[in-house]
Design a protein. Structure first.
Length: 237
C-alpha cells in the first residue's frame, strides 16, 4: 500500500508522477507525496493493483493458467475473452466486468473472484467499420494505462513477441503488456474510449502474420485481452 492523497485541481496542474481520473464528476489527482499540494483530501491512502476485463459468459472467458484454445499456459491471472464475431455485437450488448486482485484463491488456482474487487465495466461495440472500447470506473477507483490485445480467433489468443535473428525470427506467445498492440496514454480525455478502424492489421498466426480486423471479425471472430493499471482508494480522508 502507498500513502497518498487525492486533491481537487485543474488538469493543467497535472505533473508527473500525478495520475488523473474522474470520480463522481470530480477530477482527482493522486500523489505519493502530499506535502507539495494543498486542497481538499478525499483519499487518505490507496493500493496499486492490476485489472483485467472478464466476460461473464463462461464459454467466452479463459484464464491465463488454462490451455486457451490449445495455446500457451501462463502461471498468472487474467483472461482471454472471445471469440467475438461481427454478428455478436448486434445480438447483445458486449459488456465485461473489470476486476482487480483475482490471483490465486483458496484452491490455488489463478483467476479466483473470491477476493477480487470490481473496478469497472468495459463495453465493446462494432458498427460503421469501427470497433470501440469504452470503460467506466467503479467508485473510489482509478483505471489508467489501458493495454489492449486483439487477435484472430483460434490462432492468436495472446500477443506475440519476436525472438531470434532478424533473418530467422521466431514468435512466442506472451502476456507482457509491452507487447499488446494498443496501449493508451494514462486516462485519455476522450471519456475513456478507444476506437479502432477495421482496416487495422492484427495478428493472424503464430508466425507473425497479420490480417485486417475486418477479415477476422467477420470470419471466425476475435480474441480480446483488456488490462489497466489501477489505484483503489483504501481509506477515505
Amino acid at each position: 500500500m502507498h500513502g497518498g492523497t487525492c486533491l481537487n485541481a485543474p488538469l493543467d496542474d497535472v505533473h508527473s508522477p500525478f495520475l488523473s481520473d474522474s470520480l463522481s464528476d470530480t477530477m482527482i489527482l493522486c500523489r505519493s507525496d502530499p506535502r507539495r499540494w494543498d486542497g481538499e483530501c478525499v483519499c487518505a491512502s490507496y493500493t496499486d493493483e492490476t485489472s483485467f476485463a472478464k466476460d461473464e459468459v463462461a464459454a467466452l472467458s479463459c484464464c491465463f493458467d488454462t490451455e486457451c484454445a490449445g495455446h500457451t499456459v501462463f502461471d498468472a491471472w487474467g483472461w482471454v475473452n472471445g471469440p467475438y464475431k461481427a454478428d455478436d455485437f448486434g445480438a447483445r450488448s458486449v459488456e465485461l466486468p473489470i476486476y482487480a486482485g483475482a490471483g490465486k484463491g483458496g484452491s490455488g488456482a489463478q483467476c479466483s473472484l473470491d477476493a477480487a474487487t470490481r473496478t469497472g465495466t468495459l463495453t465493446m461495440g462494432y458498427a460503421d467499420s469501427k470497433l470501440t472500447f469504452t470503460w467506466e470506473t467503479a467508485a473510489n477507483t482509478v483505471l489508467r494505462n489501458f493495454h489492449l490485445h486483439i487477435g484472430c480467433a483460434e490462432t492468436n489468443p495472446y500477443p506475440l513477441q519476436r525472438k531470434g535473428k532478424p533473418s530467422s525470427p521466431t514468435y512466442l506467445e506472451t502476456i507482457a503488456r509491452g507487447q499488446f498492440q494498443f496501449p493508451t496514454k494514462a486516462n485519455p480525455e476522450s471519456g475513456h474510449e478507444l476506437t479502432i478502424e477495421d482496416t487495422t492489421l492484427i495478428p493472424s498466426d503464430p508466425e507473425g502474420g497479420t490480417y485486417m480486423l475486418d477479415t477476422c471479425i467477420k470470419a471466425d471472430g476475435i480474441y480480446v485481452i483488456a488490462h489497466w493499471e489501477t489505484q483503489i482508494c483504501a481509506a477515505a480522508a
